[in-house]
Design a protein around this ligand. Structure first.
Ligand code: HEC
Length: 139
């Protein structure tokens, strides 16, 4: 009897830990997302390359617009219910970041956005950085 209640208490404790863990996970998502300062030093090898920007546009429409919206305003249909919401690329908050930081974010990801390191080649990620810059020009 004594042993059983110890086991029961342990199971209860596990639940409490799991619940607390998920709560702090949710809170972590509401914190501002900044790239580490080292990311600012990564140089965009495709800067000013309009052919790369064009390829970035194609990739963007295929893979990102569904959440980030056609114009990059963070208003894609699949992004509507997400918390935090998808980034709005035409804002100063995004455009003030370095190419390296934007590259780092799409490489690393943060839930609910996946990390694109495995799904897009480095070159493709830089093409997307170029296109995100392009979107920033049309406010
Ligand atoms: C499932 C929806 C979804 C898709 C698809 C998606 N994203 Fe995101 N993205 C998000 C969300 C949500 C955030 C905000 C994450 C956060 O703040 O923690 C985000 C944030 C970002 C940011 C950071 C913006 C900022 O405020 O600094 C970049 C850059 C980005 N996404 C690029 C991309 C690119 C490039 C693609 C396509 C290859 C893409 N995303 C596809 C949901 C998505």
């Amino acid at each position: 009897m004594y042993k059983q209640s110890i086991i029961l208490i342990r199971i209860l404790l596990l639940f409490v830990v799991a619940i607390l863990g998920s709560v702090s996970f949710v809170n972590a998502q509401n914190e501002d997302w900044s790239a580490p300062s080292a990311a600012d030093k990564i140089v965009n090898p495709l800067k000013g390359n309009s052919d790369a920007t064009k390829k970035g546009k194609k990739l963007y429409k295929q893979m990102c617009a569904i959440c980030h919206g056609d114009q990059g305003k963070g208003d894609g249909i699949a992004g509507a219910a997400l918390d935090p919401p998808p980034g709005n690329f035409i804002t100063k908050k995004v455009q003030a970041q370095t190419d390296g930081a934007i590259f780092w974010k799409m490489t690393t990801g943060r839930p609910p956005m996946i990390a694109y390191a495995e799904f897009l080649k480095e070159e493709q990620r830089w093409q997307l950085v170029n296109y995100i810059r392009e979107l920033g020009k049309y406010k």
